[in-house]
Design a protein around this ligand. Structure first.
Ligand SMILES: Cc1cc2nc3c(=O)[nH]c(=O)nc-3n(C[C@H](O)[C@H](O)[C@H](O)COP(=O)(O)O)c2cc1C
Length: 309
């Protein structure tokens, strides 16, 4: 029953906001996740955090992702944010490779400290009234491939699900470094659902990762930026059907409308990243991208859309 496999939209800080998530949602995302949110920022009542935690009805079920290394702060944030009005579950980030995060002992730095992973998950599970899932990498580096050990501890602490990005922290996002066999190892080690993540770019790579890992679902991140319809393409491929027809201009227009409606102050800047990716699929992409770099208002973007073939 490959065609029923759940497809997850990966959390992506700075890209995966509500407008983007809802746009992907039109193409068959089964589970959403917010951008990562600092547990400490929740604890200190940071205002920007409230915006990151805004979720809509069209993106359910959604997990709210927290990062942090202090079990008490994570527990506080999990209790405060883990409410049905906001989300359907709390996800814990043990995979972020960014130096600023890792330098604080957070994100993928936690892969070096399995017992602390256990404490954090346990604290979150005890505090939240919703399920707690975890997202990990396969290890800190190739000498320390301990994803199965961390996953077993997370399960013991009460985690409901594990998503595994098949790279080590040391490998960051480098091409050719995905280790699907390590994701498969996690799948064999635990009884809770395991979601495979990394380098799914189309139907074929989705099927390959599924076969390599035997996982219970697939998580897609970067390939959805500029191509939110990838979810329907993958679904069709898994069902042995042709990819559905799409109207790219209309999809971009909807995304723009949502972005400017949810974040009128920052959408002008933030849509640049998405636009650069969307334009890749069009003839004359280089000059279109140049023009897009001057877009600020919604009207500028809509005028650019009119130029697309
Ligand atoms: C711009 C960007 C932001 C990301 N932000 C997060 C995040 O907030 N939380 C998280 O767990 N992973 C984050 N990731 C990692 C993705 O969720 C995913 O694990 C990774 O991109 C590999 O999947 P992919 O090959 O499908 O993109 C981010 C990745 C990118 C490229």
């Amino acid at each position: 029953m490959k065609e029923l496999l759940p497809l997850y939209l990966a959390p992506m800080a700075g890209v995966g906001d509500r407008a983007f998530r809802e746009t992907c949602g039109e193409f068959g995302v089964d589970f959403f996740c917010t951008e990562m949110i600092s547990a400490k920022a929740v604890l200190f009542g940071d205002k920007k955090t409230a915006l990151l935690a805004e979720t809509g009805k069209a993106e359910r079920p959604i997990a709210l992702q927290l990062f942090g290394s202090d079990p008490a702060a994570v527990a506080f944030a999990a209790e405060k944010m883990g409410k049905r009005e906001i989300c359907d579950g709390i996800d814990l980030n043990f995979g972020c490779p960014v130096p600023k995060i890792v330098g604080n002992g957070e994100g993928s730095a936690l892969m070096k400290n399995p017992s602390l992973c256990y404490e954090i998950v346990r604290a979150a599970v005890q505090a939240a009234s919703l399920p707690v899932s975890v997202k990990i990498r396969v290890g800190w580096d190739r000498e320390h491939l301990n994803a199965a050990e961390v996953a077993m501890l997370c399960e013991k602490a009460g985690a409901s699900r594990i998503a595994v990005h098949g790279r080590t922290r040391a490998d960051f996002y480098r091409d050719g470094t995905l280790l699907p066999e390590r994701i498969a190892e996690v799948k064999r080690a635990v009884g809770i659902p395991v979601i495979a993540n990394g380098d799914v770019r189309d139907g074929e790579s989705a099927l390959r990762l599924l076969e390599q890992t035997g996982c219970d679902g697939l998580m897609i991140g970067r390939a959805a930026v500029g191509a939110p319809w990838i979810f329907s393409e993958i679904r069709a491929h898994l069902a042995g059907k042709p990819a559905p027809e799409i109207d790219r201009k209309e999809i971009i227009r909807h995304h723009l409308e949502r972005a400017f409606s949810y974040k009128p102050l920052s959408a002008g800047r933030e849509m640049l990243t998405h636009m650069a990716q969307y334009l890749k699929g069009f003839r004359g992409a280089a000059s279109l991208r140049d023009r897009a770099s001057h877009c600020e208002r919604k009207e500028d973007y809509l005028a650019l859309l009119e130029l697309l073939p």
